[in-house]
Design a protein around this ligand. Structure first.
Ligand SMILES: [Zn+2]
Length: 261
């Protein structure tokens, strides 16, 4: 049975608040286990950075601290959003177009706070929720768009959602970006960030040790205020996400997993 089906069954039995409580405890325990026992410290380098984000907020939740630390050192950071975010728009937006515009504005505000210029933000505008099911020609065109951006900016570090991030668009983003890297035969550091994995995947069932190793921890305490301000600018998303889920990303550390070749 897949994780989604398990969650749907549990949601019928237990109130949502109970599930969130259990998920937040699980995520807290696993995050701290990785942080304190299974990770090595990660240094901020002068390597240029390109972040691929399935939705408008994943980049800030997953690597907002790293983005700000790099920008404070004058390092180039480019952020690419794969989908238009139309699947989640908060209570104010009424049409899909309004949702899309709201999320783009929020993303631009958040990234400006983190030091990324608006000219370095790209929206590929694939319909939210469709990344794993793109028609063959659309999929190839999407990979080509990513290839073009990689060629243009020549990033030395690429940040993508974890390949087992327990969300279809997130896992598909990883695959699309890796396909583009392979197409270019690019020698580049790939770091995976997690949004849903520790929240949704019971570690002992879903994950193998090789999925979360090697892990690296980054202390972001000196830019935590900026990250918190950037998160706060995503007001449409904060309405719908459980507070305990959001709070997970407001601590002093970010965790990354290096893709092993
Ligand atoms: Zn997302």
């Amino acid at each position: 049975m897949k994780t989604k089906q398990v969650l749907q069954k549990l949601q019928k039995i237990f109130p949502e608040s109970w599930l969130y409580f259990v998920q937040s405890i699980h995520a807290f325990v696993v995050f701290n286990w990785i942080l304190k026992i299974q990770s090595q410290p990660l240094k901020v380098t002068s390597k240029s950075m390109m972040v691929f984000s399935p939705h408008q907020d994943d980049e800030t939740f997953g690597c907002g601290g790293m983005i700000r630390l790099k920008r404070e050192q004058g390092v180039s950071v480019v952020v690419v959003f794969l989908t238009d975010g139309q699947g989640s728009g908060g209570s104010k937006a009424t049409t899909k177009e309004e949702i899309i515009q709201t999320r783009k504005q929020e993303a631009t505000t958040a990234l400006n706070i983190l030091g990324v210029a608006s000219k370095d933000i790209y929206f590929l505008d694939k319909p939210d929720g469709t990344l794993p099911d793109l028609a063959a020609d659309v999929k190839q065109a999407t990979i080509q768009e990513i290839v073009n951006l990689l060629r243009l900016y020549q990033p030395q570090e690429i940040y993508v959602p974890h390949y087992k991030d327990c969300h279809r668009d997130h896992e598909a983003t990883y695959t699309l970006v890796c396909d583009a890297i392979a197409q270019l035969n690019l020698d580049v550091d790939v770091l995976q960030y997690t949004i849903w994995m520790l929240w949704r995947a019971p570690l002992f069932i879903m994950l193998k040790l090789r999925d979360i190793l090697p892990a690296y921890r980054l202390n972001i305490s000196q830019v935590l205020t900026h990250k918190q301000q950037a998160i706060a600018s995503y007001s449409s998303q904060l309405e719908s996400l459980p507070p305990s889920f959001v709070n997970r990303f407001q601590g002093c550390h970010e965790i990354f997993f290096k893709t092993q070749s």
